[in-house]
Design a binder for this molecule. Structure first.
Ligand code: IMO
Ligand code: MG
Length: 425
């Protein structure tokens, strides 16, 4: 696998952290390429249980170089907290580098994220309030501060003053919020520098040299395709692209080098925050899945909305990512289910479609059309070979493969690293 991208296929929380943590055993480098600490990647391995928001899930292997790529927005406070938590558990972070091109999340981004959500009222997006949207706005508005700016206090100060003149005008006039102090933020960020310094580098020579050596590189996505700014349920989306295409931009690896794109999907669907979700179950079944799978946000603790697998949204996601394979996670949640449904089309008014619509107003009207399949009684958590899975579980996996138009190559049951099996073609 010279370069492999691993992306979320649904609305995030598909189990990307676990899959990366398993596959990184055979990698030399893992690069996070998008999002920020809105992500919550859970891994359960011999070091303990971790919820990583920024640091790549390859960090548990000391020989794997972990890169926070230029496409990520970095909150230094979160980064340093994560580093110290890992160290407390005996996990080294000497193998962690942060791109000097990555943008910084500033305190005013977090404040603006909250104030803007309040201003949206009923139309709130349900963001993670980590300042992600405002930080990406500043990046494209060319008023952002980058990790590398921290290395020169004079430049950092000048850019900070320039940005904050505008932010304070916005805070006071639009939101009626008191202005915030440049000095305080300056001091705080200079304080972060001391601990961050050893990790800050131009990551491109590192990545390009690794490629030249033929090192095995994994690109770790955050969020999921249906939260993409262009293709997701806009405006209920995130502010960077979770897609495999963005993996090239967020790492500095050209598109011709990506050989495999693994899309991670849960065996059912979840969504956290607002926005349409055609297969959402507002009934006992939805509650049952949530409780059995403990579907509560790793970043915000919010209960996740649960529903059946949506193969229409899924196939759309396969296509816009150019997925070559699918990893299907949480299959064990269906152990003991009498029957399982898969959405194979939408009825919209009097019409039927198998295409994922553009406008949220149309997605909201979609009534899912289901195919029902028989479940299985057996516990699959300890199964270590695909052929040993119950026949109906294999049929479920095969049906998903054919509806998505993409081979399922990995199936995962349970949270632990080793609870993952290969599906041979
Ligand atoms: P991982 O990497 C699930 C959702 C938020 C909200 C919307 C916009 O763990 O899969 P933002 O804070 O990004 O501006 O919020 O996107 N969201 C996620 N949902 N998993 C994530 O990441 C998410 N990152 C953002 O809940 O609906
Ligand atoms: Mg998450």
């Amino acid at each position: 696998m010279p370069v492999l991208a691993l992306v979320g296929g649904q609305w995030g929380d598909e189990g990307k952290g676990k899959v990366i943590d398993s596959l990184a055993a055979n990698a030399d480098m893992v690069v996070r390429y998008a999002g920020g600490d809105n992500a919550g990647h859970t891994t359960v391995n011999p070091h303990g249980t971790f919820r990583l928001h920024l640091i790549p899930s390859g960090i548990f292997y000391s020989n794997v170089c972990c890169v926070i790529g230029n496409g990520v927005v970095v909150n230094p406070a979160v980064l340093l907290r994560e580093i110290s938590e890992l160290r407390e558990h005996g996990v080294t972070t000497d193998n962690l580098v942060v791109s000097d091109r990555a943008h910084l999340i500033m305190p005013y981004h977090i404040l603006l994220d909250r104030l803007e959500e309040e201003r949206r009222g009923q139309g709130a997006i349900g963001t993670t309030q980590r300042g992600i949207g405002p930080a990406f706005v500043d990046k494209v508005a060319r008023t952002g501060l980058r990790v590398g700016d921290l290395l020169d206090a004079t430049i950092f100060r000048r850019r900070l003053e320039n940005a904050m003149e505008q932010k304070n005008a916005l805070l006071t006039s639009l939101y009626g919020h008191p202005a915030i102090s440049v000095d305080e933020i300056f001091d705080q960020y200079m304080g972060f520098l001391e601990q961050m310094h050893p990790h800050i580098v131009d990551t491109l020579p590192l990545i390009h040299n690794a490629m030249q050596r033929g090192d095995r590189i994994m690109l770790e996505g955050a969020q999921g395709a249906l939260l993409d700014t262009d293709f997701g349920t806009y405006p209920f989306v995130t502010s960077s692209s979770p897609l495999a295409g963005a993996a090239t931009l967020g790492s500095g690896i050209g598109p011709t080098h990506i050989e495999r794109v693994i899309g991670v999907f849960k065996a059912y669907a979840t969504r956290v925050g607002s926005g349409p979700m055609p297969t959402e179950l507002n009934d006992d079944m939805g509650d049952f899945i949530r409780e059995k799978a403990r579907e509560y946000g790793a970043t915000t603790g919010r209960p996740r909305r649960c529903g059946w697998f949506d193969a229409i949204a899924g196939r759309f996601s396969v296509r816009i990512n150019g997925m070559t394979e699918v990893a299907l996670t949480h299959l064990d949640i269906f152990d003991g289910f009498e029957s399982i449904k898969i959405c194979t089309g939408y009825r919209i008014g009097g019409t039927f479609t198998t295409e994922f619509p553009t406008r949220i107003e149309t997605v909201e009207q979609c009534e899912p059309v289901y195919e029902e399949m028989p479940g299985w009684d057996e516990c699959t958590e300890e199964v270590s070979e695909y052929s040993k899975l119950p026949l109906n579980a294999r049929k479920y996996v095969d049906t998903i493969s054919s509806l998505l138009g993409c081979r399922v190559s990995l199936v995962s049951m349970g949270p632990k690293r080793e609870q993952m099996i290969e599906v041979r073609p």
